[in-house]
Design a binder for this molecule. Structure first.
Ligand code: UDP
Ligand code: MG
Length: 317
């Protein structure tokens, strides 16, 4: 299989059929062996029924139904596990992404990239969505070192060997390029089209802003310290080390200079508490090193990423 298109769907029944035919029409032009994987993320409407009906007349459509609503990241990961294509394309199920951008994504992959991310340069969402997203993109680019204008765009193309081993969970789907870059994956982006949502509602409310920002902190820490946890814990311990030294000196001085015993006891207690914080943090760092050393943290230890190229037969002819 050359290509798998993975689409997460949560209560998108009005979009399913039109989306499938749009994807199918675009992919037929490429003369590649492809499959379209619709992942129903525990929809409570008739999304699954529509998928089942479509499948009867379209063998290229494969589908997974999750037992409950697990969230977009888990839905996408379920699709990745199921996908058999050398290349995986993801896009939203609400017709905001345009499947006609797929050929450009593939061309960019063929140039030697491992992940090509869509950039909704002319985004059709309102300002209250676009503005926080701009800030988030700037922070993620800065903290992860992978500079993209639009992390939030689901329309992306991945070489499957770069994406399948990643342990994505929570709301991590936005950060997959940054996580994959840990393995040496080459990431780039190209402008893509974007349309306003016609049917159904956005599945995210205002609290997405808080979720995304807390994820940014989490991801930055994972990227910064997942292969060197002790370093991270030592950095956290530095202020406590400083306090231990300062209060240790004060304790010594207070005993030597015969200050009132109350003050000496206070300094000693503070020294001991800070010392305990230091030893706990360092012990956690050592444990972290043991975990990294013994476990299969694939996002830190993936073998060399191969750069297979695909040829669009339509072009060759
Ligand atoms: N989605 C999902 N599970 C969820 C939330 C969203 O599978 O819990 C899907 C949704 O059906 C859509 C895509 O993820 O296909 C993006 O969601 P949405 O369009 O609501 O996000 P927005 O465009 O508002 O960022
Ligand atoms: Mg949308």
């Amino acid at each position: 299989m050359d290509l798998s298109v993975v689409v997460p769907l949560y209560n998108e029944w009005q979009n399913v059929e039109a989306l499938f035919y749009k994807i199918d029409t675009e992919l037929q032009k490429l003369f590649l062996a492809y499959e379209v994987i619709f992942v129903d993320d525990g929809s409570t409407d008739i999304t699954w029924k529509v998928i089942e009906k479509l499948k009867k007349s379209n063998p290229k459509l494969r589908s997974i139904k999750l037992r409950r609503n697990y969230g977009q990241t888990s839905a996408m990961v379920a699709g990745f596990d199921y996908a058999t294509g050398n290349i995986i394309i993801t896009l939203d199920g609400d017709m905001q992404n345009d499947p006609s951008d797929i050929p450009s994504l593939l061309e960019k992959l063929d140039e030697g990239n491992d992940i090509v991310s869509g950039w909704r340069k002319n985004r059709k969402d309102n300002f209250s969505r676009v503005f926080p997203s701009r800030i988030a993109n700037a922070i993620i680019s800065l903290t992860t070192g992978v500079k993209l204008n639009d992390y939030g765009c689901t329309l992306k193309a991945y070489r499957s060997e770069c994406i399948k081993p990643l342990n994505a969970y929570g709301e991590m789907h936005r950060f997959l390029p940054a996580l994959a870059s840990l393995t040496g994956a080459r990431v780039t982006e190209i402008p893509v089209k974007h349309h306003p949502r016609k049917y159904g509602d956005s599945k995210y409310g205002f609290n997405r802003i808080f979720k995304v920002f807390s994820d940014i902190i989490g991801i930055s820490l994972i990227i910064g310290f997942s292969s060197t946890p002790l370093k991270g814990f030592v950095i956290c311990a530095l202020p406590f080390i400083l306090l231990t030294v300062c209060f240790g000196i004060l304790s010594g001085l207070s005993v030597m200079l015969d200050w009132t015993s109350g003050k000496s006891v206070f300094f000693m207690v503070v020294t001991a508490l800070n010392g305990m914080a230091v030893s706990h943090l360092i012990a956690l760092g050592v444990l972290g090193e043991l975990v990294v050393g013994t476990s299969d943290l694939s996002h830190t230890k993936m073998p060399e990423v191969t750069k297979k190229t695909i040829t669009m037969k339509g072009d060759a002819e």
